[in-house]
Structures are given as C-alpha cells and as structure tokens.
Design a protein around this ligand. Structure first.
Ligand code: PLP
Length: 407
C-alpha cells in the first residue's frame, strides 16, 4: 500500500502487541499510540469485551450469508446514536460509500455525485478528485490507475462555499452530495456557522440526497456531528471504529428512502450484484459492533476523551505560540491536529500549507521518543484508554521537537 511507505523513517515499525492506548514493537519498545489505527482503534486496542465476543462468536460460526440476531441490537443502537431509522451493513467505509452512491443514483436517476474539494471517503473512484482552479474536476494528484475521467462522474466544490455548491447542484445531474460534516482528511477544517444548515437547504432545493460520512467525525461525540449538531442527512455512513478493530461499516437512511430501497431490492428483476459482498454482515462483524458500542464510546468516555484532546491542543498551541510560529491546532471532540499555517477555510488552503519534509521530521522525532502520530497528518486521537500522562508526554516531545528545529 502506498501509505505504508510514508511512515516516519521510511519503514513501518512491526507491532508485537497493542492494548488500550499503547503498543509494543517487535524490538520491545513501547509507544503511546496517538494514531489509533487512524480511527480504526478509537475505542482502544484489544478491548476485553470485543475479544470475548469475537472469540465466543467464532466458536459458533462466522459467516453463513444469513443474518445473526446481533443485527437487531446493532440497528437499534445505531438508530439511538445517530437518529436514522434503517441500517445496512458493509465491510469498510469505502464499501459503504460505494453502495450509498449506487443507491443514490438509482433513487434519483441522476448520473453524477458531488463531493468537497480535498475530501477523502476511501478508495471510491468517483471521490478521488480535487477541484481545478477553473472549477472543473481533476483526479487527485498522483492518482493510481483511475478507471474513468472523473469529470464525467463528479462535481467538486470547496468546503464552506455555499455559492459554489448551489451552482454545482443547479445543473440537475447530481444524485447526492457526499461529505464529512467537518473535513478531517486535510487537517481539520470546521464548518463556518450556518454552513451545514445551508447545505441541507440547498441539497433539498435541488433534489440532491445528502450523505454524511462520519467515519472520522464520530470523534465529536457518541452520535457524531449528526447528533451533536442536529444534522438531518438522507444517508449516514460510518466505518472504522464501530467494530473495535474488526472490519465492518454501516450506512443508515431515512424511512422514506428505506421504503424506496426495499421496493427496489425486493424486485426480482434487480441484479443481485452491486450492493454488499459475500462476507458482508457476517456474524463476527455484528458481534464486534455490539460488543464495541454496548461497552464504549459512550457519553462518559467522550467526556474524558474530549478533555484530553483539549489538553493536547493546549500543549501544542502553547508550544508553537511561544516560538512565534504561525501554525494552528484544531480540535474536533476527541481528535486534534496541528497544521503549518493559520486556520484554513477549506481544503485547498490547507493543502497549500502541507510540508511533507517538516511532517516527516515531527513524526520521526516523536516516534523515536515513544509517541506515534497519525501518518500524513499531525493528528492525535484520544481513546477511552488514554491518560493525562500520555498527553503530557506528547507535549514534552513537541516542545523538544520545536527546540531541535529552531534553537
Ligand atoms: C471520512 C472517511 N470515509 C471513509 C474512509 C475509508 O475508510 P476505509 O479505508 O476503512 O474503507 C476514510 C478513511 O480514512 C475516511 O476518512
């Protein structure tokens, strides 16, 4: 995988074991993990409840292409957390997004999708795009083997730009807008006040379905930004952390959409390919989601995690401000990230300030002192297992990094 080559130092450390918020490499070095599998392990490594549930479920069979009873508990819990009434299972967030795009095109009869400039929604062909300065859609720089010209599939708009969104959707050919409620894949860029409410109004006015991908923004709270900010999407996607590390993702939809989807997939003229896969919704995955969501990422966990992320943010801000650097650090709930520029308004502003050499230096310096940051991000994610001592360790290391760079 290309990103495996981007770990600091030019090669990845090999992991012997991980538990809570720490891991040990094959040479016996212990690290504070601030990457947490880039959110896949946000609930903590080796959760006892997940280990027990997965072990128990494996002994009763993993995959049958039939539903298991855990699916009922899981869909009730997803409704309680995120508000949408009907749920489907996928294997990864990439998969969930692909299936939602397919459903959105089928439901609206429109060919294109819209995304936000510098978004990331997994390896979904239509979303691996950026916006050209003339407004047209281009492949992401360096994209490997694109299958088709993305200008034919995708309209791309800057974050926090309502006029651009209105214009892009006015063509009448867009089935859905797929977006994160705050950008988390080009640093963290928060929505401006009123932006998401206006996005909802504009999408509705143009008959465009609104898909909110909360695979990362679950960091805002137990119900993600959707619950925290009272959002009202048509589709909702989340992968990564919900299975405590076991590959599984889900997508939710409104009742109105679910009725149409059920009618469509219940029609025997519809091809059985295209949505889901053979191992999708297997009993192991559902047991893992149940064990994760019933025991962790709950209100009390988030209170602690968000406090720790605030302390991490303060430590970073004090460090760069005391040295007069024009950087910023942005927090979204349990996640925080620093970037080498003043707060950007959109993904293109953030991308312009990227500095891979400086990133590599910051990351390697931290790794050599027992702290793992998220690769190609300067991001820390707090899990319920992190402690104030872990945060203070990072603050010390960050200080020392700046001293080594500047003194
Ligand atoms: C917002 C968002 N959606 C989807 C994905 C894809 O997740 P996966 O690689 O698990 O399919 C990512 C991965 O980083 C993501 O950040």
């Amino acid at each position: 995988m290309p990103w495996m080559t981007r770990w600091p130092g030019g090669f990845p450390v090999f992991v012997e074991r991980a538990s809570g918020a720490r891991f040990v490499d094959v040479d016996g070095h212990e690290y504070v993990d601030l990457c947490m599998g880039d959110t896949g392990a946000m609930a903590g490594h080796a959760l006892p409840a997940v280990t027990a549930a997965v072990t128990e479920r494996a002994s009763r069979g993993i995959t049958t292409m039939l539903p298991s009873e855990d699916a009922v508990w899981v869909s009730d819990e997803l409704r309680r957390r995120f508000g949408l009434p009907k749920w489907q299972i996928a294997m990864t967030a990439t998969d969930a997004n692909r299936f939602v795009l397919r459903l959105a095109r089928a439901l609206t009869g429109r060919p294109k999708i819209a995304v936000i400039d510098w978004c990331y929604h997994g390896t979904v062909d239509e979303t691996l795009v950026v916006r050209h300065s003339d407004g047209s859609t281009m492949h992401r720089p360096g994209a490997i083997g694109p299958s088709t010209d993305v200008a034919a599939t995708t309209r791309v708009v800057p974050f926090n730009d309502l006029d651009a969104l209105d214009q892009a959707l006015a063509h009448g050919d867009v089935a859905c807008l797929l977006m994160e409620p705050a950008l988390t894949n080009i640093g963290i860029v928060l929505p401006e006040p009123g932006y998401l409410e206006a996005v909802r109004e504009i999408t509705r006015r143009h008959g465009v379905l609104w898909v909110v991908d909360e695979t990362h923004t679950i960091c805002a709270g137990p119900g993600g930004c959707t619950a925290a900010w009272s959002l009202d999407p048509d589709f909702f996607v989340i992968g990564k952390p919900i299975g405590g590390g076991v590959p599984v993702a889900v997508y939710g939809m409104t009742d109105r959409i679910a009725i149409e989807v059920e009618a469509m997939i219940g029609n025997h003229d519809v091809d059985v390919s295209g949505i889901g896969g053979t191992l999708t919704g297997n009993a192991l995955a559902l047991a893992a989601v149940r064990a994760t969501l019933s025991t962790t990422l709950l209100d009390a966990d988030f209170e602690r995690m968000i406090d720790l992320a605030s302390a991490w943010t303060d430590g970073v801000a004090i460090g760069y401000r005391s040295r007069g650097l024009e950087w910023h650090v942005q927090q979204l709930g349990a996640r925080a990230e620093y970037w080498f520029c003043p707060p950007p308004r959109n993904g293109a502003d953030a991308a312009a300030a990227a500095d891979p050499a400086l990133d590599a230096y910051m990351h390697l310096f931290a790794l050599n002192r027992g702290v793992l940051l998220t690769p190609f991000h300067n991001m820390a994610l707090m899990s319920p297992a992190h402690t104030r001592a872990d945060v203070d360790r990072h603050t010390e290391v960050f200080e020392a990094t700046l001293a080594s760079l500047l003194d």
